[in-house]
Design a protein around this ligand. Structure first.
Ligand code: HEC
Length: 187
């Protein structure tokens, strides 16, 4: 509530004064104004991976698959309108997840977090340092993810099963190239 009021005050100041007085007002009111943004970046990058990106990638990857079990060999592909719609939402969520990754000020993981596999994975603080060092490079990887998801969205819109599985591989490359750069320690 307090935050909403402060925001409202900024809005009024911004409306009354020019850009200069707006900046002065923000700087005076909030010492960490440089880090301030209108976006809520409370969820971490780890959260975004789990909530927006990973589950939706799985949905897309599993949509075209073959399975062998006791009843024989089965091939699956999306059939119903509902199944195609769910895939559409999955692709859209990944595209928006990419936007979420590019919003500055989001932490990799809560302070003090660690990893289950410190021999193989960089600690969140190490990832954070690399990310902060070059935001443009980071954004490039997020955009690579979005480019793959856009291709998948096209395939879904066209109900093109072949392209859906082809671009699934592209999506996997987009995940792994970023993970290789920021998350996995070199062998
Ligand atoms: C722009 C870079 C980037 C892209 C693209 C990306 N990731 Fe990640 N991902 C990360 C980083 C950095 C971490 C490590 C965060 C941490 O320390 O927990 C991570 C961690 C994860 C995790 C582990 C989360 C946890 O709870 O520890 C999963 C799962 C994951 N990514 C899945 C994916 C999948 C699936 C894709 C592609 C569809 C993908 N990521 C694309 C950067 C990326």
């Amino acid at each position: 509530m307090k935050k909403a009021l402060t925001l409202l005050a900024f809005g009024i100041l911004a409306a009354c004064g020019g850009a200069e007085s707006q900046n002065t007002a923000i700087a005076a009111a909030a010492p960490d104004a440089a880090a301030y943004s209108e976006f809520n970046t409370q969820a971490t990058i780890r959260d975004v991976m789990n909530a927006l990106i990973d589950i939706n990638a799985d949905l897309l990857w599993n949509s075209v698959r073959a399975e062998a079990n006791e009843t024989g060999y089965h091939e699956y592909q999306p059939e119903t309108d509902e199944e195609w719609l769910a895939l559409r939402y999955a692709a859209v969520s990944i595209i928006e997840g990419g936007n979420a990754l590019m919003i500055p000020g989001r932490r990799v993981a809560p302070p003090g977090s660690t990893t289950e596999f410190p021999l193989y994975e960089y600690l969140p603080d190490e990832v954070q340092a690399k990310l902060d060092e070059d935001r443009i490079a980071w954004d490039g990887f997020a955009q690579g993810l979005q480019a793959a998801a856009v291709q998948l969205l096209d395939a879904v819109n066209n109900r093109d099963v072949e392209k859906l599985s082809e671009y699934g591989a592209l999506l996997d490359e987009a995940c792994e190239s970023c993970h290789l750069n920021y998350w996995y320690r070199p062998e």
